[in-house]
Design a protein around this ligand. Structure first.
Ligand SMILES: [Zn+2]
Length: 490
């Protein structure tokens, strides 16, 4: 028989009686070496911070209420009080999985955008809202019969703050998440409705410009230095009803990013992953052709392509294989960043992870099901395809309730390539990445995740994503910021 063994496993022979304590120590060391960040050699200063972090962690993990074990909507105020969370906010990092329609906090949308002139609101039969900016009374639509000017409505109600709270229902937030969202279908319904409700605000051309800038500000406040934003590049509209095509949104994104970078020289940049929520092969084919063209015209802005939407109710990647092989057929490169394995059902879509890899995906969005696919796991590890772990999203959308049981715990203990992101921050009531980092670091990583883990996760996000010409300068900038971060927290 062929005998294969990982280095120290050979020593773990069956013994009788008292096991050898030396061998036990070696095995534990070997295992610690395997986890995310296990091979990161910490400097002396970093070791000091690591020891401090370990103490903080022990304290928080032994408290009566441990946030990762609770629903995020209930855990959020506790996390805000955590010194670990405040430290994570200062850590330099990059965001690689955020959707453009959920980028900016709803608070900003309500307090800033809905107070602008010419903003109309309509309450729909299904208890949702629509917004529209218009220089005249909007015509009734199939989903909206009666439009009211918000300014007038607010004046009539006489309690503007109470009204603002109502509009904040644009998020998924509720005080009773388990009661209000008994299953995945219900929460996804509300999730999709919230996107539609916000669309009328965000796709107003002048708002989009400010919205994108504000999005970068919120990320920068959380020390995010680089962004890859998934966006369908919606068409936008002006007050008089003029419509701009997708390319306008892309140009606006480019302009805003440039302006933001000249205002904030230590921000590294932002790129778009063009994403489509499509139903038919021909729709996906058209979207891919368009993405190829946009990437040719805006090589610095377009990072690649993705398919979005609820995997469990949608088609499999394999169903779209003819469309997805178009770039190869045309001998062009269009990097893929597929959402895959955002499921716990073991159905057809469960194979999306393997198919994403067969289509040479650059990263895997979520990869919640990856731990159940040993072969796909081995391939993604070999090719260094990072999983984009978004813990709060997985919890709110009901894949897992206690984050200590998230399958990524296995991936982290094996050192699987990984980055942390926030998916739809505005809908979950987060900004930046630190809430998700907190859940991943304390809940999923457990006590054994350390400063080396954080360093590796942050380096992964910076180094794996930047375009070739930015890699070295970007990394050097990150390293400087990291050094300051470590010194500041001793
Ligand atoms: Zn996503």
């Amino acid at each position: 028989a062929v005998v294969t063994c990982v280095p120290l496993l050979c020593f773990a022979r069956v013994t009788h009686g008292m096991p050898d304590p030396g061998q036990r120590d070696l095995l534990m060391l070997e295992e610690a070496f395997m986890q995310t960040g296990g091979r990161v050699a910490l400097t002396e200063t970093e070791q000091k911070l690591d020891a401090h972090l370990h103490q903080l962690k022990e304290k928080e993990m032994s408290a009566a209420l441990f946030p990762p074990a609770m629903h995020f909507f209930k855990a959020k105020p506790l996390i805000q009080r955590s010194p670990i969370f405040r430290l994570l906010q200062k850590m330099p990092k990059a965001a690689l999985h955020i959707h453009s329609s959920a980028l900016v906090s709803v608070e900003w949308l309500v307090k800033n955008v809905t107070y602008r002139p010419h903003c109309y609101i309509c309450f729909t039969w299904d208890n949702s809202v629509r917004f529209l900016f218009s220089d005249r009374q909007p015509f009734p639509r199939w989903d909206c019969f009666y439009w009211q000017l918000l300014e007038t409505l607010r004046a009539k109600l006489g309690d503007p703050t109470g009204f603002d709270n109502l509009i904040q229902r644009l998020t998924l937030f509720t005080e009773d998440p388990d009661g209000e969202y008994p299953n995945q279908d219900v929460v996804w319904q509300k999730f999709e409705k919230a996107f539609i409700a916000a669309a009328g605000l965000i796709t107003h051309a002048p708002v989009l410009r400010d919205y994108l800038y504000r999005g970068l500000v919120e990320l920068m406040l959380d020390n995010v230095m680089y962004l890859e934003l998934r966006s369908g590049l919606s068409r936008t509209y002006e007050l008089d009803g003029t419509i701009h095509e997708k390319v306008w949104s892309l140009k606006t994104f480019q302009e805003v990013t440039k302006r933001f970078m000249s205002d904030h020289p230590d921000f590294l940049g932002a790129r778009i992953i063009i994403s489509v929520n499509a139903l038919s092969v021909s729709e996906v084919k058209a979207a891919i052709k368009e993405a190829i063209q946009l990437q040719k015209d805006f090589p610095d802005v377009v990072a690649g392509f993705d398919m979005v939407g609820r995997e469990d109710s949608g088609r499999t990647l394999w169903y779209f294989r003819e469309a997805l092989s178009l770039p190869a057929d045309l001998s062009v490169t269009l990097p893929y960043f597929f959402h895959a394995g955002e499921t716990d059902e073991g159905t057809d879509v469960d194979q999306n992870i393997l198919d994403a890899l067969l289509f040479n995906t650059t990263r895997i969005g979520h990869g919640y099901a990856l731990a159940h696919h040993p072969l796909a796991k081995a391939i993604s590890r070999k090719r260094d395809v990072a999983v984009e772990l978004c813990p709060i999203s997985n919890q709110v959308l009901k894949l897992v309730s206690d984050l200590r049981n998230h399958p990524a715990a296995v991936l982290m203990s094996e050192g699987h390539p990984m980055v942390i992101s926030s998916d739809d921050p505005s809908l979950f009531g987060t900004t930046g990445l630190s809430y998700d980092f907190y859940e991943a670091f304390t809940g999923i990583g457990g006590l054994k995740a350390n400063l080396g883990t954080l360093k590796e996760l942050a380096v992964n996000s910076i180094y794996s994503s930047l375009p070739a010409h930015l890699k070295d300068t970007g990394y050097a900038m990150w390293q400087n910021k990291w050094n300051v971060f470590v010194l500041d927290h001793l």
